[in-house]
Each structure stands twice: as structure tokens, then as C-alpha cells.
Ligand binder design. Structure first.
Ligand SMILES: [Zn+2]
Length: 402
């Protein structure tokens, strides 16, 4: 990661002087690293629904990088933020609001897409969309990725959908869309994911893995797309996360409190400035946020062109095996995160340095202590069982002889 002092400034064209950075990460470091102007908190203002600016979060580089990589490449497979309370996890996720990229989104209630016609013919879309397609009208329009938060008290029915009660009144059966279907092509954020009930977590993880899901309620069923980037946060003091859930998360960030007293003071000043004047805070970081959003969008456009050469990938797979990691998801996430990292730099090939930069967040908490202990306890059990069976055979052998 380049520090602001070593940023290249002199050779940049004039109009880029306002942002002396070359990549998204440089921008984040540069803007986040600047101290807040001393008069920032002076103006009064109402507490508005403006999110805390992403770039105003002090430190927490790895968390910020993981979230950006998730925006650039949804194939990183979700992001889990693990840490105690008050370490800006939820703030960081909500602060993404201003830098979310745009995606092509279906204009239709049923979510019909041009790809559906390309793969399944004209009958694969609703009659309305079929007509539009024939007339050359667009089925999709660019729309900002949204941040969908799963409320902690959600029921399974709220998440996957259920019978539409209003339609039942009119003697019609219809499935009401759940939160998961709203999350398609969006970010789905679950705070305190370790406290969510197992059936809901399983439904979400299955949908995330398959990119869609089907709801069946009696005679009716409905299938929805659900291609979302899952972001979970948890405080390990409040309950552990099941290993199978942990395995499904691509990037894992351990979020700790700030160590440097100067950083803590700066963080306090920014929070105070935000609380007393959120609009003022938004304007201080406005240009940086616009630039960051543009960088993310162009990295997304770059991503399909980014390749991973075999000679870079092979030693990485060796390392995963040396670490004793069984799950294939480790290298999938690692490689996809490295592609996003390269794309953010405007490179079309993943370099060993790209892999290095994202390795910890892709590989940590992968080696299964549980499985190791499980196999060794299994071995103990196996031995004990064989011993008992052996003893039983001898006893039966001797009793037969009697
Ligand atoms: Zn349609």
C-alpha cells in the first residue's frame, strides 16, 4: 500500500492534480489519511440520514480494502468482519452507500433479463418483456447497487418470502417476495450473523451459493434470482459462528480497535464532526467519494479482462496445501480477490504482489482446528471401539467354549 508521501504528483495531467493518486487504494489511503480541517465541527446541523463517509473512517485498511474488493468483484464470495463492538464494522458497511457501483437491472417485476432469452429463448421471459425485446426496447437499465440490511428479528418467511396475505383476501394465491429476492445484485448485510437462527442462515447461504432459490408454499412456487454479495459482521464474544458458515465467507477480516492514540483522537474528531454536521462532513469528503465511486466502476469494467497466469497460480495453490487448508473456497476467493485488486490497479494480469496483498483476508480462519480435533477424537473413538469389540469377541469366544 502506498503512503500519501510517496504518491506520484508531478507527471499527472493538470486536471488530476486535485486527486494525487493513481489507484483506488491510493485514493483511500490519501483521503482517509488527511486530518480533518479544524473548523469542520463548528457549523450546527440536524442528524440526517447521511451515512458516515467511507473515506472518513480512520485506519482499518484491511476492512476497507475487503469491502472495496467485494464491490469490484462479487465472486470473492462475501465478506465477514469479526471484531469487538465499537470498531466501525457497521459504520464501514453503511458508509459504502455513496460509492456503490451501478449494475444493469431488469425493469420487470419478474426480473426478466436479456440473458434469459439468449440462453432459454423468447419463452424464458414474460410476455411483456418478449414484446419489448421484439421491438428492440431495453429490458434492463443501469441502477445503483443497493445495501439491503437483514433485520435481526427477521423470520424465515420474511427472508425467503411467503404467501401474500393481501392476495389471499382476493382469493388468489401469490408468493410475496422475501428480503433475499430484493438482495439480487445488491449487497446483503447481516449484523450479528452469529446470532441469527440456523434455518435462516442456511437459506441465505444456499441462495448465495446457487445465485437463486425457489419458494414452495402448497400448490404454488416461485423462483428468484439472488446473486448478492453477503457481508456479515459479528462479535465473537457474543457467540461462535458455525464452521460451515465460516467456510462460506470468502474474505475474513479481523477488525481490531485503533492502537495509535493520534488515530483514536482523529477518529473521535471525525465522529464528532459527523454527528454535529453530517452534511458538512459529506461535503468535505464529497470529491474523494465521487472519485472513489468512479474508480470502483472502472475497476469493475476492467475485471473481465484480468487473467491469472498459471505460473502465478501454482505456487499459491502449493501454499494453500502447505497450510493444510482443505476447502477449495480458499483459493477461489484468494484468486478472485487478487483479480479485483489487479483490476483496481488497472492491470490485466494478476501478479504475485496482488496475491500477497489479499492473501491474509482470503486464507485466515480457514485451517479447521475443528476438523483436526474431530479426526483425532474420531481416531481415539475408533481405537476405543476396536478395543471393546476385541474384548467382546474374546469374552464371547471364551463363553462359547464353556
Ligand atoms: Zn418480464
Amino acid at each position: 500500500m502506498t503512503t500519501p508521501e510517496t504518491l506520484p504528483e508531478e507527471n499527472e495531467p493538470k486536471e488530476r492534480v486535485a486527486h494525487p493518486f493513481r489507484t483506488l487504494r491510493e485514493l483511500v489511503d490519501y483521503v482517509s489519511g488527511k486530518s480533518l480541517p479544524t473548523n469542520a465541527a463548528e457549523e450546527g446541523g440536524l442528524a440526517e440520514a447521511l451515512p458516515f463517509p467511507f473515506l472518513a473512517i480512520v485506519g482499518q485498511k484491511e476492512m476497507k480494502l475487503a469491502l472495496l474488493l467485494g464491490l469490484i468483484n462479487p465472486s470473492v464470495g462475501g465478506i465477514l468482519l469479526v471484531g469487538p463492538r465499537g470498531t466501525a464494522k457497521t459504520t464501514a458497511v453503511r458508509s459504502l452507500l455513496d460509492i456503490l457501483p451501478k449494475v444493469e437491472r431488469s425493469l420487470c417485476y419478474y426480473g426478466c433479463l436479456p440473458e434469459d432469452i439468449e440462453s432459454g429463448g423468447i419463452d424464458a421471459v414474460c410476455p411483456d418483456c418478449a414484446r419489448k425485446y421484439a421491438e428492440g426496447q431495453p429490458l434492463v437499465a443501469p441502477d445503483r447497487v443497493r445495501l439491503v440490511e437483514l433485520p435481526l428479528n427477521s423470520r424465515l418467511e420474511d427472508v425467503v418470502g411467503g404467501i401474500d396475505e393481501r392476495a389471499v383476501v382476493h382469493e388468489r394465491l401469490r408468493v410475496r417476495r422475501g428480503i433475499l429476492s430484493q438482495a439480487d445484485r445488491n449487497l446483503l448485510y447481516i449484523d450479528e450473523i452469529n446470532l441469527l437462527s440456523d434455518d435462516i442462515v442456511d437459506a441465505i447461504l444456499d441462495a448465495a451459493a446457487q445465485g437463486g432459490y425457489t419458494v414452495r408454499r402448497g400448490p404454488i412456487s416461485a423462483t428468484y434470482r439472488a446473486r448478492f454479495v453477503l457481508i456479515g459482521s459479528m462479535n465473537p464474544e457474543e457467540g461462535r459462528l458455525r464452521p460451515q458458515i465460516l467456510d462460506r465467507f470468502g474474505l475474513r477480516v479481523i477488525v481490531r480497535g485503533l492502537d495509535d492514540p493520534a488515530e483514536r483522537l482523529e477518529a473521535y474528531r471525525r465522529v464528532q464532526a459527523y454527528l454535529s454536521n453530517p452534511r458538512g462532513m459529506a461535503s468535505i469528503y464529497g470529491n474523494g467519494m465521487v472519485a472513489a465511486a468512479e474508480e470502483i466502476q472502472s475497476a469493475r469494467a476492467m475485471l473481465p479482462k484480468v487473467t491469472l497466469p498459471d505460473k502465478v497460480a501454482r505456487p499459491a495453490i502449493n501454499l494453500v496445501q502447505k497450510m493444510g487448508i482443505d476447502s477449495l473456497r480458499a483459493e477461489i476467493t484468494w484468486f478472485e480477490a487478487a483479480r479485483a485488486y489487479a483490476a483496481a490497479d488497472g492491470c490485466d494480469k494478476v501478479s504475485p504482489e496482488d496475491l500477497q496483498a489479499v492473501a491474509p483476508m482470503a486464507l485466515r480462519l480457514r485451517r479447521s482446528q475443528f476438523m483436526a480435533e474431530y479426526f483425532s477424537s474420531q481416531a481415539g473413538e475408533e481405537e476405543e471401539m476396536q478395543g471393546l469389540l476385541h474384548a467382546l469377541r474374546r469374552k464371547q469366544g471364551t463363553s462359547k467354549k464353556k
